[in-house]
Design a protein around this ligand. Structure first.
Ligand code: BDR
Ligand code: CA
Length: 349
C-alpha cells in the first residue's frame, strides 16, 4: 500500500485525480493540499473540498489551502480551459454553502494546521517516522507548495518515497510554444523540486495526450452495461455521480476542442499521476536530466530534457546526472479500466 498526498488545483482533470486517489487499489490517500493554478487559490481549495465530499472521501481525509501565488511571478489562471471557478459546467457538486462542505472546512481547520505545507509535514511525520512508511507526494498543479515543502522541511525528505508530478513536456508546449501550463505557472518552484535529493517522476503532456476520453469511454462512464451509442448520442447516466462526471468530461472536451483542436475527447492529464502510483507497470519510463528554462524570452517554463545525455553531472539522486524519471508511454486501456473501476467503487459507497 502506498501512502499518498495529493497537491492539486482543481480543475477538471484534477477532480478526476481526486476520484482515483480515493478509490484506486494500492494507494491510501492521507490528505490533499491546494494551490493557485487553473483558478484562484480560494476556488481550488473549495473545489477540492467539493470533490472530496462528492467522491466519498473518508471524513479524516482533509484538504488544506496552500500558496495563492507562485514563488516569484504573478499567478496565471486558465478560465479558457476550466471556466472562471475552475470546474466550469460541472453539475451536481455541492456548493460552498452546503452544510457538508462547511463541516469539512471546519473539521480541517480544527486539526490546527495553518498552512498546506505544515499539514503535509505532519502527515509525513505521522506516517514516515511513527509508522515507518514512506509517503509519495503527488503534484497535479503548479509546484509552489511542493517547492516550499522541500525547502522548509529538508529533514523530512528521507521519509518521501517519491515526488510524482503531472507537468512538463519533452519538446512540446500547451500554454506557450514550448511550456506546459503547470511548469509555466511557477518555473522556479519546478526547478527547486527537480533539484531536491529525492526520487522524482514526471508525467509529461507527451504521455497524457494519449489518455483521451473517447466517445466510447464517455458512454461506459455513464452506464457500464448500456451499449455504446452512435456519437454524439450518449446513454442516460446510471447514477448522479456518473452524471456529474459526464458533465465534467463534456465541458473539458469542449475546451480542448476549441482551444487545441482535440476532436476525439479531452486528455485526463492529472489522473495519470495516481495511476502511476497505483500501478507503476502501466508506464514505461526513462531516467533523464531535466532543468527548467527560467529566463528565456520565448521559452520560460520549458522543461529542458537532456535526451542525448549531454549534461553529465553529479546529481543528488542517482549520481549520474539524471535527476528525474520521465514517463514515455502509458497503457491507455489499462488506465481507463482503472478509471472506470474507481467509478464503480465510488458508486458502491
Ligand atoms: C495541466 O494544466 C491544467 O490545465 C491541468 O489541470 C493539468 O494539470 C495540463 O497541462
Ligand atoms: Ca491540474
Amino acid at each position: 500500500m502506498k501512502h499518498i498526498w495529493l497537491d492539486c488545483d482543481p480543475g477538471h482533470d484534477d477532480a478526476t485525480a481526486i476520484l482515483l486517489a480515493i478509490h484506486s487499489p494500492n494507494v491510501k490517500l492521507l490528505g490533499v493540499s491546494t494551490v493557485h493554478g487553473n483558478t484562484d487559490a480560494q476556488n481550488t481549495y473549495l473545489n477540492a473540498q467539493r470533490c472530496l465530499y462528492a467522491f466519498h472521501a473518508p471524513e479524516d481525509v482533509h484538504a488544506y489551502a496552500g500558496a495563492s501565488t507562485p514563488l516569484l511571478r504573478p499567478a496565471k489562471h486558465d478560465p479558457e480551459i476550466h471556466g472562471i471557478d475552475g470546474l466550469g459546467g460541472v453539475e451536481g457538486l455541492p456548493t460552498a454553502e452546503h452544510p457538508a462542505i462547511r463541516a469539512r472546512i471546519e473539521s480541517a481547520n480544527a486539526t490546527g494546521h495553518y498552512s498546506a505545507i505544515e499539514a503535509i509535514a505532519e502527515a509525513v511525520r505521522r506516517v514516515g517516522i511513527r509508522n515507518e512508511q514512506k509517503v509519495t507526494l503527488i503534484s497535479s498543479g503548479p509546484m509552489t507548495n511542493i517547492a516550499l515543502f522541500v525547502s522548509v522541511y529538508p529533514g523530512l525528505l528521507e521519509y518521501i518515497e517519491e515526488i510524482v508530478f503531472m507537468g512538463g513536456a519533452v519538446g512540446l508546449g500547451n500554454r506557450s510554444a514550448v511550456a506546459e501550463y503547470n511548469i509555466l505557472c511557477d518555473p522556479e518552484a519546478a526547478q527547486i523540486v527537480l533539484n531536491a535529493p529525492v526520487k522524482k517522476t514526471m508525467i509529461p503532456i507527451n504521455v497524457t495526450h494519449t489518455a483521451i476520453v473517447t466517445h466510447a469511454i464517455h458512454c461506459a462512464l455513464l452506464s457500464p452495461d448500456n451499449p455504446i451509442r452512435e456519437p454524439p448520442t450518449l446513454p442516460p447516466a446510471d447514477t448522479k455521480l456518473r452524471h456529474t462526471l459526464s458533465t465534467l468530461i463534456s465541458y473539458f472536451a469542449k475546451s480542448y476542442k476549441s482551444t487545441f483542436g482535440f476532436t476525439d475527447g479531452p486528455p485526463l492529464h492529472d489522473a495519470l499521476t495516481i495511476a502511476y502510483v497505483s500501478a507503476p507497470d502501466m508506464f514505461t519510463c526513462k531516467r533523464q536530466h531535466i532543468d527548467v528554462e527560467l529566463n528565456g524570452m520565448h521559452t520560460a517554463g520549458e522543461t529542458v530534457v537532456d535526451i542525448w545525455n549531454y549534461r553529465q553531472c553529479d546529481d543528488s539522486w542517482g549520481r549520474d546526472g539524471k535527476n528525474c524519471q520521465v514517463a514515455e508511454v502509458v497503457d491507455v486501456p489499462r488506465f481507463f479500466n482503472l478509471f472506470l473501476e474507481c467509478l464503480l467503487q465510488c458508486d458502491k459507497v
